[in-house]
Ligand binder design. Structure first.
Ligand SMILES: Nc1ncnc2c1ncn2[C@@H]1O[C@H](COP(=O)(O)OP(=O)(O)OP(=O)(O)O)[C@@H](O)[C@H]1O
Ligand SMILES: [Mg+2]
Length: 491
């Protein structure tokens, strides 16, 4: 059998492509420090501040799994470590490695005469494989499609966001060392390292989920791991209508904005649905346009055939090789783009994006963190100023005015629901002030008995928005007029 051992003790510490998992109650061999064979250079988890192995079993994290289960698991795990060289499993593909572990565990169960039901045996096998090959206690959460975010605040506190609500789970890691081990495994897949000398790290799971790790000493109560789950099937505008994020009329206006090459800024707080909305708007871009997307972590899923996807790169361990969003946007301009889509504008690239919007790349779009459309405009201004461009503020505002056509505001309300709260046009300047005009608004009217917010979307009665001519050029003026008209609400 593959990787079978002759020796019995102390090999769990041996490095390899798969960092040795840390098991509940798996008492490390006392001679572990004197492990005989030279450890291959493997991304070793940082266990600097790891407490001594806890003598007592963890409190049962899941209702159906008691201490007995964990003791059996530890017993089997110890025997598994003695039986095979875990570091060698990295040479197999995931299915082969799983089969190998399955065989050995079945042998161990029968050799030790352990009594357990088939389903207990399957559970145990799954758990051990997750620890050895995967992301340990995170696996069941990663397998769920209904989770938007996983937030791990140290070993014993794991929150998830489902349906807009954040709830604590009963998932626990044995200790911070196990959590750190898993963080290390995640980031090493994209060639990065997280430890006390580089304690902040962005990475991506193989499925595209966005990951951030911040480790001690910066995060005080143990490593903090945040995962934005990647949704294979991104929400569509129709689904947003079904969820009540926008009305069908509002969605029609957004479609027209997307199609008729308006320059759009999507503004919103963290997790308010900006990227989702940007993805929805790009669906209405004509299929013959050349689109270039620039993102920190590729999340957008454009349906058009002619798309070039670009991604920024963080500096390497020596602090070199960084490619910023500004570098990407600047480079874009030399790639003959028709539209430039920037995943998130957060720095001096704002200037380059505005210039692109102003110089024939109509229909460019980007998202930005702000709580209102007005705040989005002032954030844009301050990003440019902080980027070192010393333009008079009036010039800057004029540039913003002539670049941005529409701001769409996304919000996550206090009941967890996400709504598009504003579709706002940038009209021009009056003196030194940028003038905007709301086309669509979400009005909150109260709360129902279940604390759900009751509200309504309505148009503000503007019959001819500023982008009317653009819409007419694309033959959309009748539909635009109709949508705005239908959305008007009598007060
Ligand atoms: N209208 C909606 N209704 C329900 N869920 C939504 C809605 N819009 C977005 N979501 C979900 O909310 C999560 C966060 O969305 P998204 O990534 O678009 O937010 P974001 O504002 O870009 O976040 P960040 O600031 O972290 O980049 C995703 O899982 C997404 O599927
Ligand atoms: Mg986003």
């Amino acid at each position: 059998m593959f990787g079978r051992r002759g020796t019995t003790q102390g090999r769990a510490e041996q490095g390899g492509q798969i960092p040795a998992p840390v098991m509940p109650q798996a008492e490390p061999a006392p001679v572990a420090a004197a492990a005989p064979s030279p450890a291959p250079a493997a991304p070793e988890p940082v266990q600097k501040a790891a407490p001594p192995p806890p003598p007592a079993p963890e409190p049962a994290p899941a209702k159906e799994k008691n201490n007995e289960y964990y003791q059996t698991k530890a017993q089997i795990f110890n025997a598994l470590v003695e039986a095979i060289d875990l570091s060698q499993l990295g040479r197999l593909d995931a299915d082969e490695a799983r089969d190998e572990i399955r065989d050995v565990i079945n042998d161990i169960i029968s050799l030790k005469n352990l009594v357990m039901s088939i389903s207990e045996q399957e559970d145990l096998l799954e758990d051990i494989c997750n620890d050895v090959l995967g992301y340990g206690p995170l696996e069941p959460l990663l397998a769920r499609d209904d989770i938007a975010d996983i937030m791990v605040n140290g070993a014993h506190t794991v929150y998830i966001e489902t349906l807009g609500k954040t709830n604590i789970t009963n998932i626990k890691f044995r200790d911070n060392a196990q959590l750190m081990n898993i963080c290390q495994r995640i980031v090493s897949q994209v060639g990065r390292r997280v430890d006390d000398s580089s304690p902040i790290c962005d990475a991506r799971l193989p499925d595209g989920s966005r990951v951030n790790v911040i480790a001690p000493p910066l995060s005080i109560d143990g490593p903090a791991l945040t995962i934005r789950k990647f949704k294979k099937d991104k929400l569509t505008l129709d689904q947003l209508v079904r969820f009540g994020a926008i009305t069908p009329e509002g969605a029609a206006v957004l479609q027209i904005i997307g199609r008729s090459r308006c320059n759009v800024l999507i503004s919103g707080g963290t997790g308010s649905g900006k990227t989702t909305l940007l993805n929805c708007l790009t669906a209405y871009i004509e299929s013959d346009e050349r689109i270039i997307t620039c993102e920190d972590s590729a999340e957008l899923q454009l349906q058009q055939p002619h798309v070039v996807r670009l991604e920024t790169r963080p500096p390497n361990i020596e602090g070199e090789g960084q490619i910023t969003m500004t570098d990407l946007v600047k480079n874009c301009l030399r790639m003959r783009p028709e539209r430039i889509i920037v995943g998130e504008v957060r720095g001096s690239e704002a200037f380059d994006l505005l210039q692109a919007m102003n110089t024939g790349h109509d229909g460019s779009m980007g998202t930005l963190h702000a709580n209102t459309p007005r705040e989005a405009l002032s954030r844009l201004e301050s990003m440019i100023t902080m980027g070192g461009f010393s333009l008079p503020s009036r010039t800057l505002r004029e540039m913003i005015c002539s670049s941005i056509d529409v701001i769409v505001q996304a919000s996550r309300l206090r009941d967890g629901s996400r709504r598009i709260t504003h579709i706002t046009e940038v009209l021009g300047m009056e003196g030194d002030v940028i003038i905007t005009q709301d086309l669509f608004l979400y009005e909150m009217m109260g709360e129902d008995a279940n604390d759900k917010i009751i509200g309504r979307h309505r148009s503000t009665g503007i019959g001819r928005p500023k982008f009317w001519d653009k819409a007419r050029y694309y033959g959309e003026e009748a539909r635009l007029a109709q949508a705005l008209d239908d959305a008007a609400v009598a007060d």
